[in-house]
Design a protein around this ligand. Structure first.
Ligand code: 3HC
Ligand code: NAI
Length: 703
């Protein structure tokens, strides 16, 4: 480099001349979010770049990533100039080449900065994307207008409507990245910029260009296909419309619309809920006692015990993430069946285009089937997923204690059993914890990590890190029956059974929740899981469900027998209401002396939802969940709670604990069901007129 000179330098932004190329670098850890100070630094740099001594500009970032977006924490606060649009316009207006040098993730506003540049170069591992839709928003600084102009409206639709990131190599194929730079990125970007100057390469201000010619029929078809997966959320369709504007309207008008849409979405309830979910997920990673200096144990090899429904899915999650897994089932037939299902699932994903053949082959090569228990010996972590039986689990953990190497993490996927009791049979309870996956475990992202009395902090950290590597969202919970998610579901289940007998139909029960946006109603869920599962549990626990028992005895085991609470046509999962079931419920109610009545939709919904929230309040009070937002993460990622509602506790706060307590008292009085009575913690929040979130922030959880 001929001449390198520092021009501006503050902790967040710096500029330096490398020869006649101005290099602008931001340094705003952790993700170079485009907060006010960063925008100001960039804006000043754009002004400095006007100097005749500057031939070209490179925009880059220090630290782990290029700008990963606007600073989400600033949303909802009064805007501070310069706005991001102003910054981007200032660079785009320069009459000299501007090059974005991207590493890490150029997301949202970050990619929009790069789209305001004439050219984009990237490190091979970089990704670009416009994930605003996942926050209930749309790109608000020209992304919806510039990306379609760069790569075409149909190609831009997917990334904008789904928010999924694009790896650098693919982005280059699509024309969003001009060059991949191996080695030092900024040096490479400067060399690239110099060549542009030498070649007198054209400037490419996207705002002055038209989008490539678009087949509108193909566009509408692609948009309709993407929107089918948007589950009633508003942002995806608004994003699609904005992209369409990029081809149907002049740039300035498209930008005006984009702004209008952004302001509408950012102030709406859905976006608030989705932003809450974003931070809730990150908050869940913060666990008392698991400080930054606690080091996770390395997991280079895993063993999974049990090749059934859960063992297979768990194995897939980690094999796909590149961890060698030995899957052990003492029953060779079960092992063989389990392996066949694993392979079938992988190939189905491949057929749908979710994985390439090479990726599937690689994942399968990471899996070693075995019927020999001794193969746990070289594992760094064992996840047990055998039948739900305490004696069996105790025996297995005793054997694991004898066979596993020191330091091996011993996890149980139990959904109900006491992890402390399991840990107590070993000589190393500090290495034992629960890792509660959700079915299908290769798909569902929630992972409840059950912290035992004696679980060591580094063991907890190891489980969280490895879970994240396996694509999961880990949430730490305490020991109790059903942990957090299923315990709340049990409370709701009691209301489901009562509502049916008191007068609601299966369609009314499920409809109350699906109308709210839940992926499925409780009875549809029972039919999917199989009514024999619940029946078997009731045989062991003595729990009562006369309707469920009667259906089971009639051979109606749910979807698999084409009849349960509903009927199902061959090969279909669509529930069809069955008058025979209505008659059966009426008969059972009569036998029990229950006088049935019309129950309005509001009561059905509130008893189902508020009973869960009441249980959640007990869970918080007992310290089983660390904070209300953790419960939101659990329901959003494990139970199909609608993203746009932010989770049960965010929803509870939006209607207020006072309202919920009031309604629960009314229902308890009217039905005589004391289980509906607000628990002391909920009652206290109601009395104080506060919310779960505010109370947690004030740090006073206990009643
Ligand atoms: N604003 C504010 N804070 C952010 C942020 C953002 N855009 N992105 C990440 N952070 C914070 C996180 O909250 C977290 O904070 P914490 O340590 O206090 O919990 C920290 O940065 C690190 O984030 P992660 O734990 O998520 O780090 P990862 O390495 O796992 O992931 C990432 C990095 C892929 C960049 C991920 O953080 C991410 O996806 N961020 C959001 C990206 C995004 O949505 N950008 C669009 C924003 S909206 C926008 O740009 C509007 C524009 O169009 C006008
Ligand atoms: P499953 O019945 O499908 O599979 C259990 C497997 O364990 C069988 O293949 C069996 O051969 C094998 N097995 C039994 N004893 C063994 C031993 N000593 N060593 C090795 N393998 C042995 O059961 P599923 O549904 O996979 O459940 C497993 C565990 O996961 C249970 O604890 C369950 O509570 C829990 N769980 C289940 C969920 C579900 O939706 N099915 C969800 C979350 C947790």
């Amino acid at each position: 480099m001929s001449r390198e000179e520092k021009l501006v330098s503050d902790p967040i932004s710096s500029t330096r001349m490398v020869g006649r190329v101005l290099v602008v670098e931001s340094d705003n850890p952790p993700v170079n979010a485009l907060g006010h100070a960063v925008r100001k630094g960039l804006h000043d740099a754009a002004k400095a770049a006007e100097s005749p001594d500057v031939d070209a500009v490179v925009i880059a970032c220090k630290g782990r990533t290029f700008h990963a977006g606007a600073d989400i924490r600033e949303f909802g606060k009064p805007p501070q100039a310069p706005g991001l649009g102003e910054v981007i316009d200032a660079f785009e207006a320069l009459q000299k080449p501007v090059v974005a040098a991207i590493h890490g993730t150029a997301l949202g506003g970050g990619l929009e900065v790069a789209l305001g540049c004439d050219y984009r170069v990237a490190a091979p591992s970089a990704k670009i994307g416009l994930p605003e839709v996942k926050l209930g928003l749309l790109p608000g600084a020209g992304g919806t207008q510039r990306l379609p102009r760069l790569i075409g409206a149909v190609a831009a639709l997917g990334p904008i409507v789904t928010g999924e990131p694009i790896p650098a190599k693919k982005a280059k194929e699509m024309g969003a990245i001009d060059e991949i730079i191996e080695g030092d990125l900024v040096e490479g970007a400067v060399a690239f910029a110099r060549k542009l100057v030498a070649d007198k390469a054209p400037l490419r201000p996207l705002s002055k260009m038209d989008a490539p010619k678009t087949d509108m029929a193909a566009f509408d078809e692609a948009a309709a296909k993407l929107l089918r997966r948007s589950r009633g959320l508003k942002a995806p369709s608004v994003n699609a419309q904005a992209v369409k504007n990029a081809v149907t309207l002049p740039f300035a008008e498209g930008m005006k619309k984009e702004r209008e849409y952004f302001l509408d979405l950012v102030s709406g309830e859905e976006s608030k809920a989705q932003r809450h979910a974003f931070f809730a997920e990150r908050e869940a990673a913060k666990v008392p006692g698991v400080t930054k200096d606690v080091k996770a144990r390395p997991i280079n090899k895993m063993a999974v015990l049990g090749a059934g429904t859960m063992g297979g899915g768990i194995t897939m999650s980690f094999a796909s993430a590149g961890i060698p897994v030995t899957i052990i089932d003492l029953n060779p037939e079960a092992l063989d069946r389990g392996m066949k299902i694993i392979e079938k699932n992988y190939r189905a994903t491949q057929a749908r285009g979710g994985l390439t053949e090479a990726q599937v082959d690689k994942a399968l090569a990471n899996i070693t089937p075995s019927s020999n228990f001794d193969d746990v010996a070289d594992a760094d972590m064992v996840i047990e997923a055998v039948f739900e039986n305490m004696d069996l689990k105790k025996k297995i953990f005793k054997d694991l204690d004898a066979k596993c190497k020191p330091g091996c993490v011993l996890a149980s996927n139990t959904s109900t059993l006491d992890v402390d009791e399991i840990a107590a049979v070993t000589s190393r309870p500090q290495d034992v914890l629960g890792m509660h996956f959700f079915s299908p475990a290769n798909v569902m992202r929630l992972l409840e990590i059950v912290r035992g009395d004696k679980t060591a902090p580094d063991v907890l950290k190891t489980a969280m890190e490895v879970g994240k590597k396996g694509g999961k969202v880990p949430v730490v919970v305490g020991v109790c029956y059903g942990f957090v998610g299923n315990r709340m579901l049990h409370a709701r289940g009691a209301q489901v059974r009562k509502l049916l007998l008191e007068g609601a139909s299966p369609v009314e029960v499920d409809g109350a929740l699906t109308k709210f946006g839940m992926a499925m109603g409780p009875l549809q869920m029972s039919d999917m899981a199989g009514l024999d599962v619940g029946w078997r549990i009731r045989q062991e626990t003595g729990a009562k469900d006369p309707v469920g028992d009667a259906l089971h005895e009639m051979g109606r085991h749910g979807q698999k027998t084409k009849a349960g609470y509903y009927l199902y046509e061959e090969g279909s999962r669509t529930p069809i209401p069955d008058p025979e079931v209505d008659a059966l419920i009426a008969k059972v109610a009569k036998e029990q002396g229950i006088k049935r009545r019309e129950i309005d939709e509001k009561e059905v919904f509130e008893r189902l939802m508020f009973s869960m929230i009441n249980e959640a309040a007990k869970i918080l009070d007992e310290g089983i969940a660390l904070r209300p937002s953790d419960i939101d993460v659990i329901y959003l990622y494990g139970y199909g709670f609608p993203m746009g509602k932010g989770g049960p506790m965010f929803y509870a706060d939006s209607v207020t604990p006072a309202y919920i307590a009031d309604r629960l008292n009314i229902y308890a009085d009217n039905t005589g069901d004391e289980e509906l009575r607000p628990c002391p913690y909920l009652a206290r929040l109601a009395e104080q007129g506060t919310t779960f979130a505010a109370d947690a922030a004030a740090g006073s959880k206990a009643a």
